[in-house]
Design a protein around this ligand. Structure first.
Ligand SMILES: Nc1ncnc2c1ncn2[C@@H]1O[C@H](COP(=O)(O)OP(=O)(O)OP(=O)(O)O)[C@@H](O)[C@H]1O
Length: 775
């Protein structure tokens, strides 16, 4: 193969003379079983420090896959990747982290940020000083011809967005730049400017650059070119050597020739000797000239800003900088962040001890130390989340107010008595054909008692008189009335006989003294209400009649009486029964869907990959979201309680603070469940579907709208194993019984909610640790 003569066991720790990146026999495939597709098939690569490496290959040959393995976002199936002598992803490698600047192929920017805010976000992630951020912003704006920094990213053209994306990769001046097609959509002048910058970064500052490009000819400006096909390296040499060896004038022709020579499987192994440099185009002349001038000094004022400092200290500083991250790292069993801090602290000590660090080097050391701080990154993430919320203030307010709005809808619509229910009344006691009308008596006379009874029927029932039972039944069948109430011809006489006969009343007498009702029982709730009202009407009628006859009012009524309730009040409304369940379910489900949606949206927006490569851990990203969600849940809970208790007067007999606490806990349970969904799902739709799928089972089985005692026994076990069930019982006990935390029904809800939070968090962490996330 046409390769330069570096060895696998390069001198990694001799002050930075070993290869920056080394890949050996890399194998990577996607999918499993029959769907398995091989992307890297024994790929080798050797990138020297302080050089530019142009990686060329046809679309889909695995370039992006390789780069994602270099930045620690993916891992190989087998083979070895070493970056600065360490495996990416290990704490000692510093990658992901500030040592690498990554420009992914996707834009990986927040549309809602301005250019300035985008760079400020990364400034915070890397803990860069404000003055440096400002300086870099001005410098990169000029270099990359960026639009005004207060322009929102979403309003930029495709090319402008790519330049902003490029600026992000360059921003913290990393040791290793990994750029996936940085010059796509960039005009030729700007492209030259970008390459000039890359060359200066490599020559003057010893930065290593790996760049993929589809513009094969622009790769002539690289020190080394790696030509790749079908997951293998066809050649790895300087562009000049490639051109001269094949005696061709363009790299494109070389690539074609290489592909044809061995169909990508038999690289030109025969060639190993250096050959004379051919520089046929102006571009190459320019590039070579630039490299030359860069070594000697500077000719481009736009780069003099901080390069002068580095050039003066050139090699010494570079060696120190290279050494920094390779200082011994204290290995602990703590988190990545802790390891990172140790590593950074060692570096910082070393840098300070030299006593010779110039401004730039001090900054780098400081950056490296501080950027490892998890708190800084968390701060950056939390600010970013709030900024995004503010940028979408309409949606944000909607989210904040939605639970209160839902609670309002619940109170306005549910639990009220149905009104204007038509009932057919067939009263054969009153012969209207003969001009008879109801005689409403109030004394003790047994006269037209049917009419007297009907006066006590609840006003929510509209009495519709019918001549005969068949017409009334027909109206019932047609849905014009909810039922038929029928009094026989001699209802009053039969009723009187039954009263006087008492226990000796005959069956015929009993049958004829009844008020018979046929209900349309298709609507259970209406059926229950009408039945209740007709029964109540009879009780009131009888009480009135007995009183007027100076009998004991309750003498003729069924001998069961409901006295004052132990807890609550008589006729507790359905609204009051449902309120605790509703409060919990609203807060819980808002938390589930918000958390599930927000993180997947973050992945979709694209900055996730970039943040992760910058050294932000998945746990920090999740913690940032949880912090933002926490404030939202607190606000939502407060608004729901105000709505329920103050506006709609739902009574709370117990400790309000305890009720709010349990509700907030349930919000956190929902948040953790959302977190689990979000960590397990790859796309927004699946995450939202999953969160919605959990809605109905919880609603019907959590005891929100139906008592758990009404469920089959086997279902009760499932119901009680749900996260909301005990909390709803707790809240109900506080609301209607006024119970405190000493009661088992109340503290069970608290303890079980806390247990759920832990279980869901641990499951989420397990998923996070076992998965690699990408946009
Ligand atoms: N997550 C994935 N799951 C399955 N296949 C994938 C995945 N990512 C990439 N691939 C496949 O792997 C192959 C290599 O993809 P990769 O993105 O690395 O190519 P590339 O060389 O960067 O292409 P381009 O130049 O067009 O960006 C492609 O066939 C692609 O479809």
């Amino acid at each position: 193969m046409l390769v330069s003569s570096h060895h696998l066991d390069g001198d990694w720790n001799n002050g930075g003379t070993g290869p920056a990146v080394l890949v050996r026999n890399a194998i990577k495939s996607y999918g499993t079983g029959g769907k398995r597709s091989s992307v890297l098939a024994g790929f080798d690569m050797n990138v020297q420090r302080g050089t530019i490496y142009g990686l060329l290959g046809s679309s889909g040959c695995g370039k992006t896959t390789l780069l994602s393995c270099l930045v620690g976002r993916r891992s190989l199936n087998s083979g070895e990747v070493l970056v600065f002598g360490n495996k990416p992803g290990t704490p000692e490698s510093g990658i992901p982290g500030p040592r690498v600047g990554y420009m992914p192929q996707e834009l990986a920017l927040y549309g809602d940020f301005t250019i300035k805010e985008t760079l400020q976000y990364f400034g915070r992630i890397y803990s860069l000083p404000k003055a440096f951020v400002k300086e870099q912003l001005a410098f990169l704006s000029k270099l990359l011809d960026l639009p005004p920094s207060d322009r929102y990213v979403k309003t930029l053209s495709g090319g402008q967005k790519r330049r902003v994306s490029f600026a992000v990769a360059l921003f913290h001046e990393p040791e290793l730049l990994i750029l996936d097609e940085p010059t796509v959509g960039v005009d030729p002048l700007l492209r030259r400017s970008i390459w000039d910058h890359l060359i200066r970064q490599s020559v003057d500052h010893g930065k290593t650059v790996i760049v993929t490009t589809h513009y094969i000819e622009e790769a002539r400006q690289a020190n080394t070119i790696g030509m790749m096909r079908s997951g293998r390296l066809l050649a790895e040499q300087s562009p000049e050597m490639l051109l001269s060896h094949y005696r061709l004038s363009s790299l494109e022709d070389v690539f074609l020739k290489l592909c044809m020579e061995g169909s990508g499987n038999h690289p030109a192994d025969q060639f190993n000797e250096p050959v004379s440099i051919i520089t046929p185009s102006d571009e190459i002349n320019h590039a070579v000239g630039l490299r030359q001038r860069s070594v000697e000094g500077h000719d481009n004022p736009s780069f003099d800003r901080n390069n002068r400092i580095d050039v003066s200290q050139g090699n010494i500083d570079q060696q120190r900088h290279d050494n920094c991250p390779q200082l011994p790292v204290i290995h602990t069993d703590h988190s990545d962040a802790a390891d990172g801090v140790n590593s950074a602290a060692n570096c910082n000590d070393w840098c300070q001890s030299t006593g010779n660090a110039n401004r730039v080097k001090q900054r780098k050391c400081r950056n490296q130390a501080a950027s490892m701080s998890s708190l800084h990154r968390l701060d950056a993430l939390i600010r970013k989340n709030y900024l995004i919320s503010l940028r979408n203030i309409g949606i944000f307010l909607f989210i904040y107010l939605l639970p209160a709005f839902q609670a309002t809808i619940f109170n306005v619509t549910l639990g009220h008595e149905p009104k204007d229910l038509k009932m057919a009344i067939v009263n054969d006691e009153v012969n209207s054909r003969q001009g008879q009308i109801c005689n409403y008596t109030t004394d003790c006379s047994y006269s037209m008692l049917s009419c007297r009874y009907l006066r006590y029927v609840n006003k929510n029932i509209i009495q519709v008189p019918f001549e005969n039972i068949s017409d009334a039944m027909e109206a019932g069948k047609n849905g014009r009335v909810w039922g038929v109430v029928h009094f026989g011809h001699n209802f009053t006489e039969e009723f009187e006989l039954r009263q006087t006969e008492g226990d000796s009343a005959t069956v015929e007498n009993i049958m004829r003294s009844r008020i018979s009702v046929n209900m349309d029982s298709s609507n259970q709730q209406i059926d229950v209400f009408i039945e209740k009202w007709l029964m109540e009407a009879f009780r009131d009628f009888l009480t009135n009649f007995m009183t007027s006859c100076q009998y004991e009012p309750e003498a003729g009524y069924i001998p069961i009486v409901f006295l004052d309730p132990v807890y609550g009040k008589k006729d507790t409304s359905f609204t009051e029964f449902m309120a605790p369940g509703l409060i919990i379910s609203i807060v819980y489900f808002m938390a589930v869907s918000l958390t599930a949606g927000v993180f997947v949206a973050e992945r979709k927006q694209g900055l996730l990959d970039r943040s992760l490569v910058a050294g932000v851990t998945m746990i920090e990203i999740l913690a940032g979201h949880l912090f933002n969600m926490f404030t939202i849940i607190m606000g939502q809970t407060a608004l729901v309680f105000v709505c329920m208790l103050v506006i709609f007067n739902i009574p709370c007999q117990g400790n309000l603070a305890l009720a709010v606490f349990i509700t907030c806990l349930q919000g956190f349970v929902g948040m953790c469940f959302g977190l689990l969904i979000t960590t397990a799902c790859d796309d927004e739709a699946t995450a939202l579907n999953l969160s919605q799928a959990s809605f109905i089972p919880l609603l019907v089985m959590g005891g929100i709208c139906w008592p758990i005692e009404g469920m089959p026994y086997y279902l009760r076990y499932i119901a009680y194993s749900m996260p909301v069930t005990y909390a709803i019982e707790s809240l109900r006990s506080i609301f209607s019984r006024g119970w405190g935390i000493e009661e088992v029904d109340v503290y069970a809800g608290i303890l079980i909610s806390i247990a759920w939070i832990f279980v869901l968090l641990i499951l989420s962490l397990i998923v996070v640790r076992t998965r690699k996330y990408s946009n």
